[in-house]
Design a protein around this ligand. Sequence first.
Ligand code: SF4
Ligand code: SF4
Length: 168
Amino acid sequence: MSFVNKVLVAIGSGLKHVFLVKRFTLRYPQQRSVLYGDGYKYDPKEGVGIAGYRGRHILFTDKCTGCSLCFIMCQGISTAIEMIHLENIQVPVNKKSNFPQIDYTKCVYCGFCVDACPFYALVESNEYEIDAYDRESLIFTPEQLAIPPKTPKGTYDIEYEGGAHHRA
Ligand code: SF4
Ligand code: SF4
C-alpha cells in the first residue's frame, strides 16, 4: 500500500470513529456496564467453568472443608490466600475450622482458587469496587467473604457485533 493510501485509510478510520462508531468508554462512576450472571463459578463434578465476571470472592462457609486446595493453588500465583483458624464458625464438614482469607492487595482475580475448590465453597462475584485507605482493610476474613457484596446495577449494555459498542 502506498503512503498516500495509508494516510487515506487512517483518515477514513478516524472519520468513521468520529461519526459512526458509538463511544465505548463509560463515564464511571455515573455509568457502569451491565454484568451478566452472578459471577464466575466452577463445577468440579462436570469439570467446567461457568462463565462470569471475576470479582470479589464469596465463601460458602457451610461447604468449606478447610482442605486448603484454594490456598495451595494461589501459592503458585500470588500468595493472596492464607488459611486461618476461626473458633466462632462451627461447620460439621470443617472439623479444624480453617478457612481461607484473601488479601486483595495481592489477588489478581485469576479464578484458579475457584477452579481448585472441590466442594462448591468458593465463587467469584460481580463486585469490582474494592477500595480502602489502608492495606489491612483489603484483607477479607472468611466472615467478610461469606457476606455477598451489594453489586451496583449497570446502566449500559454492551454489544459486540461489528465491534464492541453500547446499545444505549
Ligand atoms: S483469584 Fe486471587 S485468591 Fe484466587 S488464586 Fe487467583 S490470585 Fe489467588
Ligand atoms: S474454599 Fe474450597 S478449596 Fe478452599 S479450603 Fe474451603 S473447601 Fe477447600
